[in-house]
Design a protein around this ligand. Structure first.
Ligand code: Z5A
Length: 216
């Protein structure tokens, strides 16, 4: 069976991780072997990079260019160590964030040169591009409310990126809109403001189509 690569994107609090877990459960229920990954991270080296990006004491001084390269160092490792081998074995790879996050956050959010960002991404991933990307969208208000309620439940420490201002998140959301408009076949938008089950059903309709197309 052909390997399939599915990624989830969206601003924080959009419900991506919740939907990743539900999709993986459903695919495994169909007997498919599924590899679940997240970015930045996913490999031992990637998880060390993730820690530096999110929590290092020195990371306040990190430049946007260093952030771009660290995201893609983690990605280059993940692609070669886990994603390509899994796809070659015919597995389904589901990844919570992938290169569209870099375009949205470092490109549009941090306002780095978009051509340079695209070149770095291309170097990190080569031909390993998702078959389907689910962009879960929420309003800033929904995102803030969900993050706030999660803080009540968990000892959640706001990390470096999450402390950036509202204008940053507006730019990220606009960036995602542009990404979706540029690649409507690969990137499917899903309204994440609805209940978990409705969002899940919408996502499943896209995945079901991908599964049936892949067996033709
Ligand atoms: N980043 C980057 O800048 N460049 C890159 O290239 C990459 C990443 C790859 C990773 O953070 C950070 O790295 C991220 C982008 C940057 N920056 N920020 N900030 P992370 O991995 O720690 O977290 P995240 O990816 O931003 O996701 P998240 O904050 O954990 O949220 P989520 O996965 O989208 O949502 P969730 O955990 O599934 O749900 C959030 C809460 O809402 C939770 O309490 C749920 O129970 C609840 N929820 C979920 N769905 C619903 C619905 N439908 N209704 C009501 N409540 C819901």
């Amino acid at each position: 069976m052909k390997g399939l690569f599915i990624t989830f994107e969206g601003t924080e609090g959009s419900g991506k991780s919740t939907q990743v877990a539900l999709l993986v459960e459903r695919l495994r229920g169909l007997g498919r072997t599924v590899r679940v990954l997240r970015e930045p991270g996913g490999t031992p080296i990637g998880e060390e990079i993730r820690h530096t990006l999110k929590h290092s004491h020195a990371s306040d001084a990190m430049t946007s260019e260093a952030e771009l390269l660290l995201m893609n160092a983690s990605r280059a490792q993940l692609v070669r160590e886990l994603i390509r081998p899994a796809l070659l074995k015919g597995e389904i790879v589901v990844c919570d964030r992938f290169f569209d996050s870099t375009t949205a956050y470092q490109g549009y959010g941090r306002m780095l040169d978009l051509t340079a960002v695209a070149r770095v991404i291309e170097f990190a991933v080569g031909p390993t591009v998702p078959d389907l990307t689910l962009l879960v969208t929420v309003t800033p208000e929904v995102s803030e409310e969900r993050l706030r309620s999660r803080q009540v439940n968990l000892p959640f420490v706001r990390d470096r990126i999450e402390e950036a201002d509202r204008a940053f998140f507006d730019r990220v959301a606009r960036g995602y809109e542009k990404i979706a408009a540029a690649e409507p076949e690969r990137v499917r938008k899903v309204d994440g403001t609805r209940g978990v089950r409705e969002v899940q059903a919408d996502i499943w309709s896209h995945v079901e189509k991908l599964l049936s197309d892949s067996t033709r």
